[in-house]
Design a binder for this molecule. Sequence first.
Ligand code: SAM
Length: 246
Amino acid sequence: PAGLYVVATPIGNLSDISERALEVLSGVDHIACEDTRVTAKLLTAKLIKKPLSPYHEHNGARERPKLLARIEAGERIALVSDAGTPLISDPGYKLVAEAQDAGLYVTSIPGACAAITALTLTGLPTDRFLFMGFPPNKSGARQSWFEAEAKTQASLVFYESTRRLPDCLADAAAVLREREVAVCRELTKKFEEVKRGTLADVAKWYADEGAPKGECVVVIGPPAHVADAGSGSDMDTEHLLEAALK
Ligand code: SAM
């Protein structure tokens, strides 16, 4: 039917696109995407030819009414991002909201998401996690950003550019100290790598080695993961017991 189709695309390995995603992309009238060159490459690889238009932070306010009008006129419009699941640190939530407010059909075709893929690889607790998007670029703001969640009883998941990774990990280590961390790099790609350890050790490793190449997701384990026998609060004891029983 006419409507908005939110379609997840691969985060590196092109084979990760779903059959339904291919069916939907082949069937829609139009595809709204972040960067038309990036999406054109994917479509060419999958032998799909469709009209594309850019939809991003800077033109969203102007493009939304046009896209909604097209759906109202009976078209099927897909929304994709450069990689992974739209709306997850990517544009789209306002378009979805306005389509829903207008009573239009909205559906989502799930698929790859870097944050979720990282969580499945780190070996850190996944029962509760907080997805934090991207950290601020400056050290002071970044330390406050970590500080604000220092007591949150959950694994912390965030995206960071590999260029800023060494500085970011140094700030995380300064604030969150001995918690465990995993840096998941180049997921689903040829040089996929997961580097695990304490924040202090992993921060030092990247400080020595310098910024790695590619893209990464950082997962920091929950505070209860620290074997802090001295603190003795009920919360810690409960979590340690629970962890021991797993
Ligand atoms: N919407 C996307 C998703 O569902 O994963 C995320 C978009 S966000 C703008 C891009 C960030 O995701 C990158 O800077 C990196 O932190 C992370 N990312 C994307 N692909 C990745 C990959 N193959 N390996 C590791 N991290 C990746």
